[in-house]
Design a protein. Structure first.
Length: 280
């Protein structure tokens, strides 16, 4: 809605603020009309005019202010007040106006300092081969249900980021299942499908403090795996190779490592872990 004009303000005061509207109220009485945004999105208008003694039984002239508040698509009278001026001079009226503005300071939005989010500096990039390590040669039990490179590419485009180094090798060679009897790495279609729901849950329920991952930072992360104990594996687009664990039984997030192989090595202690595929 555009800023309220003088004529519209006068008409509003005439029709909805009879107590505040003297009989001789017209555009020549207007001293200033100022729009002040409010924090909730509504607006207030400081409507200021000369006010003669004969209208309110005052000895000298004064200044009157009417607050016209915009609520949704409608305007309403919020409040009105007056203040005496020593004379009818422009300087006295301006001084009175500044006093009135000060009295209505709560209509002025307070400066809001932009929130700063502490993000760790990205570490060195890990190649796919380095991130995969020995995962590609893992012994598989069962019939693999693997993703295609095309599936990974499509998911990366949808997410606007690449996956951690080693992820592509894992899901295209091993697929869906349990690694080392403990860890599950999601196929790309599930990562994309479940992301919004996961972020919604993290927004409602956050237990892991501020380091190495704050809640604000986590809400931008992508969950791409979990453990059979309920821990979750996440990464942030600003540094995809840095994998963080959100433990189910602890209130402290844990930085696992860079790349998938190194991170899974922190979770699976077996010397030669196997991969057991999910039964169809």
């Amino acid at each position: 809605m555009p800023t309220l004009g003088v004529a519209e303000a006068i008409e509003l005061v005439r029709t909805k603020g009879a107590v505040l509207s003297p009989p001789a109220f017209d555009e020549t009485d207007v001293l200033e009309l100022v729009e002040i945004p409010k924090r909730n999105g509504a607006h207030a208008e400081l409507y200021v005019r000369k006010l003669w003694s004969s209208l309110v039984k005052r000895v000298g002239p004064g200044v009157s202010v009417v607050l016209l508040e915009r609520v949704s698509e409608a305007w309403r009278i919020s409040s009105g007040s007056t203040i005496d001026a020593a004379s009818d001079s422009e300087s006295d009226l301006r001084a009175a106006l500044e006093t009135l503005k000060g009295q209505q300071a709560h209509f002025r939005p307070k400066p809001v300092k932009a929130a700063t989010r502490s993000r760790p500096k990205p570490g060195p990039i890990v190649t796919e081969a380095e991130g995969a390590g020995a995962l590609a040669s893992t012994r598989v039990i069962g019939e693999p249900r693997a993703a295609r490179d095309q599936d990974v590419d499509e998911a990366e485009r949808s997410l606007g980021t690449r996956f951690p180094a080693g992820y592509r090798t894992f899901v295209t060679r091993l697929g869906e299942g349990v690694y080392g009897t403990r860890v599950r790495v999601y196929l790309p279609s599930r990562v994309v499908r479940d992301l919004a729901g996961w972020r919604g849950r993290i927004e409602q329920h956050w237990f892991w403090g501020e380091k190495p991952l704050s809640q604000a930072h986590a809400l931008e992360c992508i969950c791409f795996g979990d453990t059979i104990d309920g821990d979750e594996l996440v990464f942030h687009a600003s540094d995809p190779d840095a994998i963080v664990l959100l433990p189910h039984e602890s209130e402290k997030a844990r930085a696992l490592g860079r790349g998938l192989a190194a991170s899974l090595g922190k979770l699976v202690r077996a010397r030669s872990p196997v991969f057991e595929t999910t039964a169809r």
